[in-house]
Design a protein around this ligand. Sequence first.
Ligand code: G3I
Length: 575
Amino acid sequence: MIIPARGARPERTAVLAVVAALAVPLVVAPIVAAPPAAADAPLRVHAAARGKFIGYAAGTSPLANEAAYRSVAASEFNQVTAENAMKWESTEPSDGNYTFSGADQVVAFATANNQQVHGHTLVWHSQTPGWVQGLSASAMRTAMQDHIATVVGRYANNASLVSWDVVNEVFEENGNLRSSFWYNTLGSSYIADAFRYARAADSNARLCINDYNVEGINAKSTAMYNLVRQLRADGVPVDCVGFQGHLAIQYGFPSQFRENLDRFAALGVQVRITELDIRMQMPRDSTKDATQATYYRNVVQGCLAVTACAGVTIWGFTDKYSWVPDVFSGEGAALPWDANYSTKPAYTAIHDALDDGSGPAPDTTPPTTPGTPAASGVTSSGLSLSWTASSDAVGVAGYDVLRATGASGGSFAVVGTPSSASFVDSGLAASTTYRYQVRARDAAGNVSSLSSVASVTTTAGGGGPGPSSCRVAYTISPWGGSPGFTAGLVLTNTGTSSLSGWTLAFSLPSGQAITPPGWSATWSQSGQAVTATPLSWNSTLAPGGSTTIGFNGTHTGGTSEPTTFTVGGSSCTVV
Ligand code: G3I
């Protein structure tokens, strides 16, 4: 992929050293970190020491009226986003009549407390007045240009306001562009236009696209990735990508969060977590609090691990003022402070994750090596494995089960990630030898050595469920102007029994190669032979069930498609 060269932009004078560093276009010199923080220092001190921001979404009413709110806001955070005060309905409620009282209030508080401000949001389908929504195409484009010029222009010379959400939530969950009044009236061009209008109004501010349910690798985040890549290839000034982070403990932590940040960062954009909150089904209890704390820690650690990640903004900070209970019936307690401004385990988790080392030492010790897997219940298409569990100083989080086909040769790929020391493999070919190894992981990401190898041969066919039946739809999308492509595959189980721990294999045409990591599967390539093994969430396909996986690749001129796909050695129908 070719990204147009971007000239360095003059930077505004920033209120914080870290702010100044963050304003430099990315792929940049490392951020100059502040001095190490004392262990009990507030979040903002630890964040600055790591070269990141830690922020909150501000409500104008408590900011004006509550000393306790102001105290936490000022002492704990070095970044702020107005929760509602910069939205269109707040700043231009009727055509051409601008009101900035709430927006100015947030900016003034931020300036007084050395906090950088992120402007939220210019073009959104929600909280935009009815008068905009009913305009003709030409009038709507003019209104958008005027709104962006006026709102962004107001703060263009303000040292605190460093970035804007230019467009917000432009995708449907399936990755299509959202059928909003913007899209339905103006078509997809409104997105590029909005960015260009914003750049014209402030040549220094970072310009972001922001969305929810894009934290992991999925159809929506992949659509956002492709849009950002295309916009930048077209010279549209997209500088940054915001991952909102409205999570819930009952839905699990987003799959491949870190890998997702990494792939966007590789496009040359800044990434940031913009609206983090982690809700739960009420009532709260200590188990839910602990899970929530782990999720907060995971998010902060993910951002710390990615150089291009500027920081994390929490959507509010106290449960006293959270949008969650109003929208999700029976859910709440999503923030690190409770309604009485007492901190929760989530606060400690964020604090410890940001700590520069003066707090508890990080866990760098891997679990012990697990025992050699032993097979039982071997049939023509499946078997059970169990092994002696690993131990770990903190705790074993789970295992990776790796499988290679054949008595020798071939490469091992992960086919399962059980949380305890056993695994059921299925979808295997009859009379075939498979080799298995396992390794253990802990919560800090330390991985043990691989166990010894166990070889198992499935029985001859006839008694068991038989080889898997599958269908593959393969779509290749060449990139204009560069020797790359995106390949999307839909794998469907057309059999009558569940397909678990599947391995999809095919041969890439000559001259084509995968650019790791791909998404929604673990991909590997040896010569032209490619295998994809599932992640935990798509490792079992019920009869009729399907999963969408994919990868980016390079080619040397040809973008023909593979012709044969197998699962567990059996050919799939190709459509
Ligand atoms: O200001 C009026 C007030 O006059 C009226 O009495 C009251 C009655 O309900 O409503 C007030 O407006 C509310 C507004 O927040 C300001 O408090 C709206 O009803 C309420 O719907 C609105 O909710 C906001 C929501 O965006 C709107 O979609 C939430 O506070 C805000 O946290 C939320 O934030 C969004 C991000 O902007 C984008 N990403 C998702 C995130 C969560 O939904």
